[in-house]
Design a protein around this ligand. Structure first.
Ligand SMILES: Cc1cc2nc3c(=O)[nH]c(=O)nc-3n(C[C@H](O)[C@H](O)[C@H](O)COP(=O)(O)O)c2cc1C
Length: 165
């Protein structure tokens, strides 16, 4: 079984999640960063797992556009989607904004890998937005962004199980 993990990551959190996911999957796994690597043709792969991180409610544009442009081919594959985000309560909405509805319906696994605010790496505008979001989160007593490695494991188990059948 061959799997491709296609991802985008702005400050590296999703990249680390994608690498962990690849280590936990059985069979051949190719990790592809859509911003730096060429995306190979889909034909050779049985399973495609696609993800990115959420900024102002939206996933990285290249991921969104790739899914839309390749929806017909993706529909024929075992599919999984993941996002990294700071706000678990907006998970369903973020997923809906990120990926085409007909692909979401056929996915074997859709997970929230949690998130991390990597302030030291952020450009100024992101730092300012993040400060505002953090203040609002605290004021509303909402939980802050946190990594969810258990969800990476959950996706790997679901995919490994489906491939063993
Ligand atoms: C400027 C900014 C805007 C963000 N907007 C959202 C958002 O709308 N919803 C959300 O759930 N998380 C939001 N986040 C949290 C990121 O999705 C989270 O930090 C994620 O771990 C980033 O992953 P990356 O390093 O792979 O890009 C935002 C973070 C920043 C810095």
């Amino acid at each position: 079984m061959k799997t491709m993990i296609l991802y985008a990551s702005t400050y590296g959190y999703t990249q680390e999640c994608a690498a962990k996911l690849s280590n936990e999957l059985a069979g051949d796994v190719l990790l592809v960063n859509i911003n730096t690597d060429p995306v190979p043709p889909l034909e050779a792969y049985d399973t495609i797992l696609i993800g990115g991180s959420i900024y102002m409610g939206q996933i990285q544009k290249r991921i969104k556009e790739y899914c839309l442009a390749n929806a017909d081919s993706l529909k024929k594959k075992n599919l999984g989607f993941f996002i990294s985000c700071g706000s678990a309560e907006n998970f369903n909405e973020s997923v809906k904004n990120a990926f085409p509805e007909d692909l979401i319906k056929t996915a074997l696994s859709i997970e929230n890998f949690g998130g991390e605010f990597r302030t030291d790496k952020m450009k100024l505008s992101h730092k300012l937005i993040m400060k505002m979001v953090a203040k609002a989160t605290e004021k509303d007593n909402k939980p802050p962004a946190k990594p969810m490695p258990e969800k990476i494991e959950k996706m790997a188990q679901t995919i490994n199980h489906s491939q063993a059948m």
